[in-house]
Design a protein around this ligand. Structure first.
Ligand code: MLT
Length: 304
């Protein structure tokens, strides 16, 4: 019998991949053989000596002490690509929210008071104040051309946008596959200087922490919009706020609320909803459960 300690609400579809006759899954197991989690920030001290593997039902593994696990010979499984459609859809929604000032306009319309005649007069003011921009012909800079970045690039091109991508990890073969549609920038700076909107789809690591900083923002077109559905730490939030204050940045749309971002008219900060769809949670849980099961039963590592 293998015992799997679970954190967070792991989709039932994933848990069902463990046959009951030789797996037990529970959020209350003292000496588990494996751990399966979603967003819980796992401390090394929570990983009992009995643990043989850790599975993250999501793409990023920055909430897991990966180095410590490697030292202990404990593989960490994740679900790359399983949430790509969900994150793409929210990113494209963010693009529309920004381009058409939808949240600000909705706040404005919701607060309108008085007779219908008075409201109509205000509507005229709103039409002027919330004039947006259209997407065809605009350039989207995509930082990170993994599963999510490529889905976002394809959706943006279908909307008529030009796409410039940057990913230092991309293989020559993948770059060649994408080359007819996604022009590759040679650096983040080049991408920033060419884009009207930048969207980040890179993992958080030491190379990407603070990637979007003050000097990169300063080199961007005035009126740039930044979308961040990756990790908050990939941008220097203070630099973002300063660029917004100078009106150099048009809007910052992200998936990470914070006190500093609160109440800002040109910021939309969602509560980390990128992967929060029924389908994505099922896909992630199933992908990770299958890997954990295979590893526990056979020792085979499908993806780590
Ligand atoms: C991910 O890395 O895939 C997301 O952070 C998943 C989640 O929100 O749980």
């Amino acid at each position: 019998m293998f015992r799997i300690l679970t954190f967070n609400n792991i989709s039932v579809k994933g848990l069902e991949r463990f046959p009951r006759d030789h797996f037990e899954t529970s959020s209350d197991i003292a000496h588990p053989d494996a751990i399966m989690l979603r967003s819980h920030k796992l401390q090394e001290s929570e990983v009992a000596d009995t643990v043989l593997a850790v599975g993250r039902a999501g793409a990023g593994v920055n909430n897991i002490p990966v180095e410590a696990m490697s030292r202990r010979g404990v593989p960490v499984f994740n679900a790359p690509g399983a949430n790509a459609n969900a994150v793409k859809e929210l990113t494209i929604a963010g693009l529309f929210l920004a381009a058409r000032n939808i949240c600000q306009a909705w706040d404005f319309a919701r607060a309108l008071e008085g007779s219908d005649q008075q409201i109509n007069a205000e509507v005229e003011a709103g039409k002027k104040r919330f004039t947006g921009f259209e997407l065809p012909g605009r350039t989207l800079g995509v930082i990170g051309l993994g599963a999510i970045g490529v889905e976002v690039a394809n959706a943006a091109m279908a909307l008529g946008m030009k796409v410039v991508g940057y990913d230092p990890q991309i293989t020559v073969h993948r770059a060649w596959q994408l080359s007819s549609q996604v022009e590759q920038a040679h650096s983040v700076d080049e991408l920033m200087s060419r884009a009207d909107v930048v969207t980040i789809h890179a993992p958080l690591n030491e190379a990407t922490r603070g990637l979007i900083n003050g000097s990169r923002l300063a080199a961007a077109h005035p009126g740039l919009t930044v979308l961040n559905f990756a990790r908050s730490e990939v941008v220097d939030e203070q630099a973002i706020l300063e660029a917004l204050d100078r009106d150099h940045l048009r809007a910052y749309i992200c998936d990470f609320p914070s006190n500093a971002l609160k109440g800002r008219g040109n910021v939309i900060a969602l509560p980390h909803l990128g992967a929060s769809t029924v389908e994505s949670q099922e896909n992630c849980a199933v992908m990770v459960a299958d890997q954990l099961r295979e590893y526990l039963e056979t020792g085979n590592i499908r993806n780590a």
